[in-house]
Design a protein around this ligand. Structure first.
Ligand code: HEM
Length: 526
């Protein structure tokens, strides 16, 4: 890998510092002659304020921590490359998806969602799968998960969902587990969670290795081709090693014996040359077919069944280099679903729309101000020019006196690029309607796909799902919440709900009821 450096590797080389064999200095470059004893007034006297080396050393240490991510705090990352098998030119003008001779550097961070930075790797949880493609047209971030659907449909509920799933605030118990009252209370009272909870109770939520799990963009994105024609697209990562899960007892034992199991596995595989590979797949729907399905294709609690919309494999990503420094790279990387390149655009999925606001907002505080795009791991490999200036930790020294557009003093630079020159143009989707706080009728079907998921499981997988419900729900103290959850999952499968009820001591439901709930107002009701 050393001889075969990507553009990103070469860029990062400029920032690498090797202290080996060097003399210790202060931050100002002054050589230090004594790093063992602070300066004192007399051999047994107090430490003197004028000891600048002591003060500098201690002050820096006192400020070493930054806030952990509000979600996905625990993660591990690696560098690699993406190669394209087949041009996507008919669908998108994104250059890195058109030219099969191009190799695009990538940086991937895998994570758990709920636990803090020091929590165990093998807990039952969703896994984050975030990829930064350093393309020649700017960074494209595919910020996905290892489960293809999500708990909620509208981002306005995300803070509620995370408050419910994180450790309870009065005692911070339990860490990184879905076995608590607030989580299940949220589930029962926000029944769009049903499909995702089925995945969460399945073995998908206890992967054997980051190398052996799928990744999903979850949302419906848009491809736009050179002619301005648009397509709906969903992204998939498929591990060439296949999908493998732990069994629950293994996951438990590993959490105790080796809480770093997943990061160790990834690190060692790469160190030993067993480079993890993931193929990139896309599902594409023509714009004209937006309403051809019995669900809303912009609803993040629904998958597009692969029998109806096959996954087309278009390329492969290989992770072949470990980071040099976890803080500098893994912790300081800033992913954002809004980092797109020409040819890739958003849809009106209300979960995606909320995410477009949230990531920069949180990173402004997590990474200490508005210049975090200048941190080495976040810098694009293509040049970037803007009229921004100042802010904490500004690194660039922009010359000249003009930092506004338009101007005549500096020949109007930097100036806008035309679309032909690679300028980003938002897809000109036609939008009309009244301002409403609602969503289309099909968003209220919370159970059909959850039932399909359950029905697609083998008997062993079903048993694992039932065991997971018994374990997690069995820890819920409130009998009312247990009952509400059991009644809710009767809409998914009556036998499953009865078996859970019997296992956790609540009343078995008699009927499954309708597959449709009216948890949120439909357009027609307004
Ligand atoms: C991380 C918000 C839904 C995947 C984060 C972070 C925030 C956030 C604030 C921390 C970012 C940072 O500190 O750098 C939201 C909101 C959502 C949402 C508001 C819904 C409205 C999703 C969904 C997915 C997802 C649906 C998967 C498709 C991730 C991943 C990370 C993350 C993978 C970790 C990125 C990393 O490794 O640095 N999210 N999220 N999130 N989110 Fe979301």
């Amino acid at each position: 890998r050393k001889d075969n450096k990507t553009k990103k590797d070469r860029q990062l080389d400029h920032f690498r510092v090797d202290d080996k064999g060097k003399k210790l200095t202060t931050n100002q470059g002054l050589k230090i002659s004594n790093d063992q004893f602070s300066l004192k007034a007399g051999e047994r006297g107090p430490t003197l304020m004028e000891d600048f080396h002591f003060r500098e050393k201690m002050t820096h240490f006192d400020h070493e921590r930054i806030p952990e991510r509000v979600v996905h705090a625990r993660g591990f990352a690696a560098h690699g490359e993406f190669e394209l098998y087949e041009s996507m030119q008919p669908f998108t003008r994104a250059k890195f998806l058109q030219d099969v001779s191009l190799k695009t550097p990538v940086f991937v961070r895998f994570s758990t969602v709920v636990g803090s930075r020091g929590s165990a790797d093998t807990v039952r949880d969703v896994r984050g799968f975030a990829t930064k493609f350093y393309t020649d047209e700017g960074n494209f971030d595919l910020v996905g998960n290892n489960i293809p659907v999500f708990f909620i449909q509208d981002g306005i509920k995300f803070p509620d969902m995370v408050h419910a799933i994180k450790p309870e605030p009065h005692n911070e118990i339990p860490q990184a587990s879905s076995a608590h009252d607030t989580f299940w209370d949220f589930v029962a009272n926000n029944q769009e969670t049903a499909h995702m909870v089925m995945w969460l109770m399945s073995d998908r939520a206890i992967p054997r290795s980051f190398r052996m799990m799928e990744g999903f963009g979850v949302h419906t994105f848009r491809f736009v081709n050179e002619q301005g024609k648009a397509f709906f697209v969903k992204f998939h990562w498929k591990p060439t090693l296949g999908n493998h899960s732990l069994i629950w007892d293994e996951a438990h034992e590993l959490a105790g014996r080796d809480p770093d199991f997943h990061r160790r596995d990834l690190w060692e595989a790469i160190e030993n040359g067993y480079y993890p590979e993931f193929e990139l797949g896309v599902q594409i729907i023509n714009e004209d077919d937006e309403f051809a399905f019995d669900f809303d294709i912009l609803d993040a609690t629904k998958i597009w069944p692969e029998e109806d919309v096959p996954v087309k494999i278009i390329g492969k990503m290989t992770l072949n280099r470990n980071v040099d420094n976890v803080f500098a790279e893994t912790e300081q990387v800033a992913f954002h679903p809004g980092h797109v390149v020409p040819g890739i655009d958003f849809t009106n999925d209300p979960l995606l729309q909320a995410r477009l606001f949230s990531y920069t907002d949180t990173q402004l505080i997590r990474l200490g101000g508005p210049n975090f795009h200048e941190i080495p791991i976040n810098k694009p490999v293509c040049p970037f020019h803007n009229n921004q200036r100042d802010g904490f930790h500004r690194q660039t020294i922009n010359v000249g006196k003009v930092s506004y557009h338009k101007n005549s003093l500096a020949g109007n630079t930097p100036s806008e690029a035309s679309v032909a020159e690679g300028g980003y143009q938002h897809y000109q989707e036609k939008v009309e309607g009244r301002k409403v706080q609602a969503r289309s009728e099909s968003f209220t079907d919370h159970f059909s796909q959850a039932t399909l998921f359950w029905n697609s499981m083998s008997d062993t997988e079903k048993k694992h799902i039932l065991d997971a419900f018994l374990f997690e729900l069995g820890k819920v103290k409130s009998k009312s919440i247990r009952q509400q959850v059991v009644d809710m999952f009767a809409h998914v499968d009556l036998d499953l709900a009865v078996a859970i009820a019997e296992g956790i001591g609540v009343k078995p439901p008699q009927t499954g009821g309708s597959n449709i709930t009216k948890a949120s107002p439909a357009l027609s009701q307004i």
